[in-house]
Design a protein around this ligand. Sequence first.
Ligand SMILES: [Zn+2]
Length: 173
Amino acid sequence: MTAADTSSGPTELRTTVCPGCGAVLVATADADGRHPGASAGCWHLFQVTVGGLRDEAAQDAQTAALLQLARDTYDAQHHLPGEPAAAALRLYLERDRGQGPLAAAALAARVDDAALRSLQRPARWTTTVADLAADLDVVDLPALVGAWADATWADWAPAAAELRRAADSAPTG
Ligand SMILES: [Zn+2]
């Protein structure tokens, strides 16, 4: 809490709705910086949830791949209209084509932004990072991230044909 929050009483926590994923979370300061299209509380919760992965990713390729999948899923849920939907493309390559997150990122980087600008983001999300964090005590993180990625890809699936065209337009090599 900062001095700016004094309008709310001590027992009444101010909440914000994330403009990207719709998660309703207690408002926090921008301690972790900001993510485009996300509330500060949502980005903070994501950073905390994957914090253990970040510590291990430098030493372990499997953890690095899981962290990349979590980031792609998060980015795909916080897509700004009019911006290239590169994260949705990465999610398509990972969940529909079965590519590894690192290979998907490399291919997505070669796709022209123009092919990804007109995509319509889903109106709602089946699962958000708030659900992920809530289940963390009973389900292990790799399983949670996989299920979250699957659900987010299912939400994006109406754009699958456009994403396939964009992926096929990428120069090889
Ligand atoms: Zn969010």
